[in-house]
Ligand binder design. Structure first.
Ligand SMILES: Nc1nc2c(ncn2[C@@H]2O[C@H](COP(=O)(O)OP(=O)(O)OP(=O)(O)O)[C@@H](O)[C@H]2O)c(=O)[nH]1
Ligand SMILES: [Mg+2]
Length: 211
């Protein structure tokens, strides 16, 4: 899919203030520093579109980016950043939870996991919560440029096995490197397929009002 336009629209802490135009949106979540904002820049081919940082805790708001005037990419704050303090973490948790549970326009959530690490409790519990809440999600293993192909295969195998302890079926799984610009086609194709599916959904019948 070609990205013809990508523009920052609005930042919010409140899901009720998010755009109300009915465009579908795809959001990125994961631990602080996993590479959410960098991935949005890579997917859109716009280097400074989403703000990134070497230090975790950079994104603190719900950020909407309008793509091709038709759908949104949404950059969310990361979870699990210890140095935010208890109140800060609680606040971020509320923003993220409200968005995920209440945002009807969000048709798929991409959960980002650092491909270098073995399965972490915080991510596994987060995905279990998504499952219990009926939120459709896919996984993206990020920063694949940081390890060898062999290591990556092994880490993915371990992760799949771990997930299958609790899940009957695995969600779609992608790999990406924002550094090497890998995984772009696959992720954009996934978004395109979901968006097309929504467009071809039958329009519900309108029943005339009868007094
Ligand atoms: N080598 C490499 N570094 C990456 C990649 N993606 C992100 N980074 C680096 O990881 C750091 C964090 O990236 P961000 O995109 O800001 O991470 P984030 O998940 O948005 O973080 P928060 O907003 O704090 O939650 C930055 O220094 C990026 O340059 C990648 O694919 N490869
Ligand atoms: Mg960020």
């Amino acid at each position: 899919m070609e990205i013809k336009s990508a523009e920052f629209l609005v930042s919010n802490t409140d899901v009720r203030m998010c755009p109300q135009d009915g465009n579908p949106e795809y959001a990125f979540i994961g631990r602080s520093n996993v590479g959410k904002s960098s991935l949005i820049n890579m997917l859109t081919n716009r280097k400074g579109l989403a703000m990134t940082s070497q230090k975790p805790g950079k994104t603190q708001l719900i950020n909407h980016f309008l793509i091709n005037d038709k759908w949104y990419l949404v950059d969310l704050p990361g979870y699990g950043y210890a140095r935010r303090g208890k109140d800060g973490r609680e606040n971020m948790r509320r923003i993220i939870e409200d968005y995920i549970l209440e945002r009807e326009a969000m048709v798929n959530l991409f959960v980002l996991l650092d491909c270098r690490h073995e399965p972490q409790k915080i991510d596994l519990e987060f995905m279990e919560w998504l499952g219990e809440s009926g939120i459709p999600f896919s996984i993206i293993f990020t920063k694949t440029d940081k390890i060898s192909k062999l290591r990556l295969e092994e880490n993915l195998r371990v992760y799949r096995e771990k997930l299958l302890e609790t899940w009957e079926e695995l969600p779609p799984i992608f790999t990406s490197s924002s550094e090497k610009r890998e995984g772009r086609e696959e992720i954009l194709n996934c978004i395109e397929q979901i968006t097309k599916g929504l467009e071809s959904r039958p329009v519900p019948p309108v029943f005339p009002y009868m007094p």
